[in-house]
Design a protein around this ligand. Structure first.
Ligand SMILES: *[C@@H]1O[C@H](CO)[C@@H](O)[C@H](O)[C@H]1NC(C)=O
Length: 298
């Protein structure tokens, strides 16, 4: 898959280079033991539980227990965590830098967020460039949505998700804008755009959006993909039509997260971070977006 790699945040996948052959033995033994342990564990689940009970197994919690058993905790400082955590991710692309987080939220958490947002939906709006008006930009973004801060959600779900986003990105919570919860019905879309604001087009900015975290709140039967038309620098010189749904397409899956960076490491806007939402063809798409900024928001 074009060099994409899965990984686990918080477990330090970076094995130090230059290990001597003799020193490899202990890790190899440890890894083998862990693998046997995992295989045994899941094997026993298969054989000892009836199907009804197996459905009730809380997989993310189980995985975290396994992980804690396999990787004993490190000494930690004042603000650290007492044990390793498991937040699996897959790198989707390096240009733009995009990561996928399967099962980032539970199905119940997704339902809670939709529930809270439903009562407050309004047609989505755009940040306007110089010279643009609401009328001239009609049709670019046709979803409905609402902004929600974590403490506007009485179920506490948005706070939980916000904390987890902060842990996964190590960008503190107070760098995040309020959640923008969006609903796309059949035919609704968001033409390709940047989340960062180019001062040349939008005027001086007090702070900039560094990255965006999208949490898909529903499965979408057909369409509704998040697309990156300029992945790997492709389609950039071809007079790309911003309405067109091309390039890297990420199919929404309930509970999964997508993180991508709008800025390059040196702080300039990454041209390949252009993205949009393909029209929903069948079903309904709900997504919660959190924009993370380089300055604190509150
Ligand atoms: C920032 O980094 C990009 C990619 O490495 C490079 O193309 C660009 O020229 C850099 N911009 C500045 C202002 O250094």
């Amino acid at each position: 898959m074009k060099g994409a790699r899965g990984g686990v945040i918080g477990v330090g996948g970076a094995a130090g280079g230059g290990l001597m052959r003799t020193r490899l033995r202990l890790p190899v033994v440890l890894i083998s033991c862990s693998l046997f342990f995992l295989a045994g564990f899941f094997g026993s689940l298969l054989f000892t539980q009836d199907p009804q009970a197996a459905e009730e197994v809380d997989l993310p919690a189980r995985r975290e227990q396994l992980l804690e058993a396999a990787w004993p905790e490190m000494a930690y400082g004042e603000s650290g965590e007492s044990a390793p955590s498991l937040i699996p991710y897959q790198i989707l692309s390096w240009q733009p830098r995009a990561l996928y987080f399967p099962q980032f939220a539970t199905s119940e958490q997704c339902d809670n967020i939709v529930q809270v947002a439903k009562a407050r939906l309004e047609p989505s709006t755009l940040a306007l460039r110089k010279g643009e008006t609401a009328e001239s930009t009609k049709g670019i973004r046709t979803s409905s949505g609402t902004f929600l801060t974590a403490n506007e959600d009485p179920s506490g779900t948005l706070a939980e998700v916000e904390k987890k986003i902060a842990r996964a990105t190590m960008i503190p919570r107070n760098h995040g804008e309020a959640f923008n919860v969006l609903r796309y019905e059949i035919g609704q879309k968001y033409a390709s755009h940047y989340d960062a604001f180019d001062p040349a087009q939008y005027g001086p900015q007090k702070s900039q959006r560094v990255s965006s975290f999208l949490l898909y709140l529903t499965d979408v039967e057909e369409g509704g993909e998040t697309m990156f038309p300029y992945e790997n620098g492709e389609n950039m010189d071809t007079g790309y039509d911003y309405e067109k749904c091309i390039g890297l397409k990420v199919k929404p899956r309930k509970g999964d997260g997508l993180l991508f960076y709008s800025l390059m490491i040196n702080g300039t806007i990454d041209p390949t971070s252009l993205h949009g939402s393909c029209p929903v063809i069948k079903g309904e798409k709900w997504v919660a977006t959190k924009w993370l900024r380089d300055h604190t928001v509150y």
